[in-house]
Write a protein that binds this ligand. Structure first.
Ligand SMILES: *[C@@H]1O[C@H](CO)[C@@H](O)[C@H](O)[C@H]1NC(C)=O
Ligand SMILES: *[C@@H]1O[C@H](CO)[C@@H](O)[C@H](O)[C@H]1NC(C)=O
Ligand SMILES: *[C@@H]1O[C@H](CO)[C@@H](O)[C@H](O)[C@H]1NC(C)=O
Ligand SMILES: *[C@@H]1O[C@H](CO)[C@@H](O)[C@H](O)[C@H]1NC(C)=O
Length: 384
C-alpha cells in the first residue's frame, strides 16, 4: 500500500560528496499530509492533523530520549513518523522511491527483492538484480565495519541489522548503487554513483503509514551545496554542538524572550536543544516549559478566555478569537547577535474552536520541531 523507504541522514552526507551541479541543487519536499503524499487522507481536518502530529511528535521525542538515555548503539534511529517525503531514484535504470527526509536518523535503507519479509509498499520494491550499477560491499571494508551491527554473509558480503526503539527491525546487505534526484530548479537529474545504503530483505514491525490530511504546508525545498539564496538578510548563526547521540543536530538556546521577559533554561544552554525536521511540535524540557507557559499566560492577559487541557496533548488553549494580543516570542541562540522572532502561526495553532499554544513540555529532551521552522530557511554548515 503506502509505505516508503527510509532515507535519512545520507541527505546531509550528500552535501559533502562532489557535487555534479556546481551551484548546488534543490529537491522538493512533500509534506506527508499534503494531497501530493501517499499518506494523504482527505477525511482528516486540519485540527485532526494537529492533534495527530502532536502525538506523533511525542512518541518521536520519547524515542529520542531512549537513545539519549541508553547511550546504546542499537536503537539509534526511528522508523516512520517523519514529516517530509522526498522523491529519489535508485539504480540503473533508475527506480523511483519516496523516502522520509529526516534529520533525526542516520541509516539509509530501502526494501529489496527477493524479500524474506517485506511490508507492503505502493511503489515497486527495488530489485538489485535489475540494476547494472548495484554492487555488494565486502565485509572487510571500512564502510561495513563502521556500521553498528555488521556481519559477514556467505559470500563475504557485508550484512547489517538495525533495531528500532519501537520493536521494529531490518536486516539485509549493505550495497552501493547510483542514487539520483531531480533538481527542482531545472528538472535535471543529479546522480550520486556508489552511494552506500542498506538493501533490506527482512523488515519487521511498524513500518506502516501514519494517518494523514491536508496540512497546508505545501511543498518546501531542500537545497544542497553552494548557497542559492540571493538575499541573506536577518541571518542568525549559532554553532552546532557535537553531542551523543551524534545522529541529532544540537543547538544552544540561551533564552526564550516573551514580550521582553527572558525565560532561561535551568541547565547549561550548550547543546540543550535538537533541531529536527521530522518532529512537528516544539518541545521544551518540563521545568523550562512551565516557566515559558506561565509567562505566555501572563502576557496574553485575563481578557482572553483561557481553556486549560481541553484536548490532549495540548495544554494551554483559548477560546478561538479571544486572544487580542499575541505575545512576541523570540529565541536567543548562543553566539547569535540578534534574536530570532517567531511567527505567531508557528507558536499558536487553531484546533476546532480553540487557539492553542503549540509548544509542549517533554521530560528529557528539548526539540525545535518543523512547525517552528516553517517561516525560515535553515542552513546546516557541516564543514564548520
Ligand atoms: C516486541 O516483539 C516481541 C517479539 O515479537 C513481542 O513479544 C513483544 O510484545 C513486542 N513488544 C512490543 C512493545 O510491541
Ligand atoms: C482517515 O481519517 C479518518 C478520520 O480521522 C480515519 O477514520 C480513517 O481511518 C483514516 N484513514 C486512513 C486510511 O488512515
Ligand atoms: C511586538 O512587536 C511588535 C513589532 O516589533 C511591536 O510593535 C509590539 O509593540 C510588540 N508587542 C509587545 C507586547 O511587546
Ligand atoms: C468548543 O466546542 C465544544 C464542542 O462543540 C464545546 O463543548 C466547547 O464548550 C467549546 N469550547 C469553547 C471554548 O467554546
Amino acid at each position: 500500500m503506502k509505505e516508503i523507504a527510509f532515507f535519512v541522514g545520507v541527505l546531509f552526507q550528500l552535501s559533502i560528496l562532489s557535487l555534479t551541479e556546481s551551484s548546488g541543487f534543490s529537491i522538493d519536499l512533500i509534506h506527508k499530509d499534503s494531497p501530493l503524499s501517499p499518506f494523504y487522507n482527505s477525511s482528516m481536518t486540519q485540527s485532526d492533523i494537529f492533534i495527530n502530529a502532536a502525538f506523533e511528535s511525542i512518541s518521536r521525542a520519547e524515542s529520542f530520549s531512549v537513545n539519549i538515555d541508553q547511550n546504546s548503539d542499537e536503537t539509534i534511529t526511528i522508523p516512520n513518523k517523519g514529516s517530509y517525503l522526498m522523491a529519489f531514484f535508485v539504480g540503473t535504470v533508475p527506480r523511483g522511491s519516496l523516502a522520509m527526509a529526516d534529520t533525526g536518523s542516520d541509516l539509509t535503507w530501502i526494501q529489496c527483492l527477493p524479500c524474506t519479509k517485506c511490508y507492503t509498499q505502493r511503489i515497486p520494491i527495488f530489485d538489485p538484480r535489475k540494476s547494472d550499477t548495484y554492487h555488494l560491499i565486502p565485509c572487510g571494508e571500512n564502510s561495513c565495519k563502521k556500521l553498528r551491527r555488521n556481519s559477514c554473509g556467505n559470500i563475504g558480503e557485508c550484512r547489517y541489522e538495525v533495531h528500532y526503539a519501537s520493536n521494529s527491525s531490518t536486516q539485509g546487505t549493505v550495497a552501493k548503487d547510483t542514487i539520483s534526484f531531480k533538481n527542482s530548479y531545472n528538472g535535471r537529474i543529479i546522480k550520486y554513483p556508489n552511494t552506500i545504503f542498506g538493501c533490506g530483505y527482512n523488515n519487521i514491525g511498524v513500518f506502516r503509514p501514519t494517518r494523514a490530511g491536508v496540512f497546508g504546508l505545501g511543498s518546501s525545498k531542500l537545497k544542497f551545496g553552494i548557497d542559492t539564496q540571493t538575499k541573506r538578510i536577518g541571518v542568525v548563526t549559532t554553532p552546532m554542538v557535537s553531542k551523543y547521540p551524534s545522529t541529532f543536530y544540537y543547538l544552544s538556546i540561551e533564552n526564550v524572550n516573551i514580550n521582553g521577559r527572558m525565560v532561561r533554561p535551568y541547565e547549561s544552554p550548550i547543546g540543550n536543544i535538537v533541531i529536527d525536521s521530522g518532529t512537528t511540535t516544539t518541545f521544551l524540557k518540563t521545568s523550562w516549559y512551565k516557566k515559558v507557559e506561565a509567562v505566555v499566560l501572563d502576557a496574553i492577559g485575563h481578557q482572553s478566555v483561557v481553556v486549560k487541557y481541553p484536548i490532549r496533548p495540548y495544554r494551554l488553549c483559548y477560546k478561538h478569537g479571544s486572544i487580542t494580543n499575541f505575545p512576541n516570542i523570540t529565541l536567543e541562540f548562543f553566539g547569535a547577535c540578534i534574536e530570532l522572532k517567531l511567527n505567531t502561526l508557528s507558536t499558536f495553532i487553531t484546533i476546532y474552536n480553540l487557539t492553542c499554544f503549540a509548544i509542549l513540555p517533554a521530560e528529557k529532551i528539548s526539540i525545535i520541531g518543523n512547525l517552528m521552522q516553517v517561516f525560515f530557511n535553515i542552513e546546516y554548515d557541516l564543514d564548520k
